[in-house]
Design a binder for this molecule. Structure first.
Ligand SMILES: [Zn+2]
Length: 280
């Protein structure tokens, strides 16, 4: 949903850092021997991600039969996430890399963990590959978990490679029953192909954004009541309408597809709301 700047760290530099304190000589050697495969896998990822072909990367249980999935996952959990692990400062840096610490998947909750785009449980070779890891909120991380895509339509939106803020796809409509509320939905932008739209529809559904946004917009309506009622009392529906228009344009300027933009646009387009529907 929100595009993020790609991490600048090199895949092998990060891997070397993470395994720098491995004491077991056999494990250390086997991990060292993974490096050519990691370089190849990272290059393949860089080629396929912009083409929406990450779903064609095969799931695997080991790295060349030499390092198991569990051993590679531990490079992440013990040597990057662990509080005193050598890779921890990279973990902290990436976790804090989203603007205002807003989760790129829901664009609402704050980031408090890292998410693997291709889950390490099925793609262990990408356990500490920078372009596969981005900050997210725990809720989105938990919803996505080990989901594997097998078609372009189900390829998840990737915060480093996808730009879904180029056109309007998030809309809302006022449900004209008191108390007023909003229903959020998606529309297909004119210049998007069917696959890109299917991906945002899947994203909207998977992360339960309709429910999340309806909840927050309900709070927004409640918090605006006092102000809007005063405007209505002094300047009538036109005064309310002008306020909503300003809100819509301002929100839209900041983020085309935020729930706030959709909310203010829907309220601006509802005569019912402006003429008293805002009253509980
Ligand atoms: Zn989130």
């Amino acid at each position: 949903m929100r595009k993020l700047n790609m991490p600048i760290e090199d895949a092998i530099d990060v891997f070397d850092l993470c395994i720098s304190k491995v004491q077991n000589a056999d494990l250390k050697e086997r991990l060292e021997n993974c490096k050519p495969s990691i370089v190849t896998a990272a290059a393949d990822y860089t080629t396929k991600a912009p083409r929406i072909e990450l779903h064609t990367i095969a799931t695997h249980d080991s790295i060349n039969g030499n390092v198991t999935k569990e051993e590679m996952k531990k490079v992440y959990s013990d040597r990057m996430v662990g509080a005193k692990s050598p890779g921890r400062y990279i973990y902290d840096k990436w976790r804090a890399s989203a603007p205002n610490n807003i989760c790129p998947l829901c664009a609402q909750r704050t980031t408090d963990t890292l998410d693997h785009h291709l889950p390490k449980g099925h793609y262990p070779i990408y356990s500490v590959v920078p372009i596969n890891i981005f900050p997210a909120c725990s809720s989105c991380n938990k919803i996505k978990l080990d989901a594997v895509s097998d078609t372009p339509e189900t390829d998840h939106i990737h915060p480093y490679f996808d730009d879904v803020e180029d056109e309007l796809w998030l809309k809302a409509e006022v449900i004209e029953l008191k108390p007023a509320s909003l229903r959020f939905y998606t529309i297909k932008p004119d210049h998007w192909d069917d696959i890109k739209y299917a991906r945002i529809q899947n994203h909207f559904r998977l992360f339960e954004l309709e429910k999340l946004y309806a909840s927050h917009s309900g709070e927004e309506l409640a918090m605006n009541y006092f102000r809007i009622n005063n405007m209505f009392e002094s300047g009538g529906a036109l005064s309310v309408r002008n306020f909503l228009k300003d809100g819509w344009l301002s929100m839209s300027n900041a983020n085309l597809n935020s729930w706030q933009t959709a909310t203010y646009e829907a309220l601006y387009n509802s005569n019912w709301y402006q003429e008293g529907g805002f009253k509980p």
